[in-house]
Design a protein around this ligand. Structure first.
Ligand SMILES: Nc1ncnc2c1ncn2[C@@H]1O[C@H](COP(=O)(O)OP(=O)(O)OP(=O)(O)O)[C@@H](O)[C@H]1O
Ligand SMILES: [Mg+2]
Length: 272
């Protein structure tokens, strides 16, 4: 695992230098709702993403010629190398506290990966408290993950095949839920993740999670993940918070650490 403290120290030096529903659906209910994975994928809806909207949300990595996508492309390459080496498929993005840039990083990373024709990418919003994947991509979402695990909709109708240029990205957005922790820790959620993993053996799955320190959502899902990308932000994240994350992540592979919102005079993203 990355030594997060050392990474933060290095980042600091570099900066200086460079300028509830409460009811859980049963596993049986959940299986019935998901149905057959291959069958369900055929019914997935397709949406062409609006480039102007993406730009307005700082979503840039769909365009390899945009200089702002370079930091995401570099992050992509390093993460893919690590994941390929270990045979990891599931990457979760989290941060110590809110607003560090998890969603922005997860979406841009997913789009950067999706530009590679040989890669299949699946992006799921598991931040059931404050879901923003759909809004950042300009997608509408009435149910999504919450609807699937509460048994109201099938997985097939919750997945969106997003197109941008020649890239394809499978997206599982979500509506918000007041009982987020119950749902994220539920057996229905475990089944959902199993189904997603089964559907594409060669596919990378990126999960946009809530902050680690503001609830127990992330802790409850950690055992089902292969690795974590931890995003902290200049002016928001304290070293003590990152150290606290380190404690929770003792048993988890932290594939990279991103220091986001680095002042304009340097680069916007620093990662280790
Ligand atoms: N590098 C950056 N430069 C400027 N603004 C940024 C940067 N990264 C993120 N933001 C902005 O900060 C806000 C929070 O970003 P984002 O929603 O990605 O964070 P988050 O960690 O997912 O937040 P939450 O905890 O609410 O889910 C957004 O308005 C986003 O556009
Ligand atoms: Mg977010």
């Amino acid at each position: 695992m990355e030594n997060i403290r050392q990474a933060v120290e290095r980042a600091k030096i570099r900066q200086t230098r460079e300028g509830q529903l409460g009811r859980e659906p049963t596993a049986q209910q959940a299986r019935r709702v998901y149905g057959d994975a291959d069958e369900s994928m055929r019914l997935t809806q397709e949406v062409e993403l609006d480039l102007a909207h993406l730009q307005s949300q700082r979503i840039v990595a769909f365009d390899g010629n945009d200089l702002r996508s370079r930091s995401f492309d570099m992050l992509r390459t390093e993460i893919q190398q690590s994941m390929d080496l270990k045979g990891w498929k599931t990457l979760a993005v989290t941060s110590p506290t809110p607003s560090c840039g998890k969603t922005l990083t997860a979406v841009n990373l997913a789009l950067s990966m999706a530009r590679q024709p040989e890669r299949q990418v699946f992006l799921a919003d598991l931040d059931l408290r404050k879901p923003h994947v759909a809004s950042s991509l300009g997608l509408k979402c009435r149910e999504g993950v919450v609807g699937v695990i509460e048994g109201r909709v099938e997985l097939d109708s919750a997945i969106v095949q997003a197109r941008v240029g020649s890239s394809r990205l499978q997206v599982l957005p979500t509506a918000p839920a007041s009982n987020s922790s119950d749902l994220v820790g539920s057996s229905a959620m475990r089944l959902l993740l199993q189904d997603i993993k089964r559907q594409g053996q060669s596919r990378v799955i990126i999960l946009d999670l809530p902050p680690l320190l503001t609830g127990h959502d992330v802790i409850s899902i950690l055992p089902q993940l292969d690795c974590v990308l931890l995003v902290a932000a200049v002016g928001t994240s304290k070293v003590s918070e990152i150290e606290e994350c380190n404690k929770y992540l003792q048993e988890t592979d932290v594939v990279r650490f991103v220091l986001n919102k680095v002042p304009e005079s340097t680069t916007r993203y620093v990662y280790y």
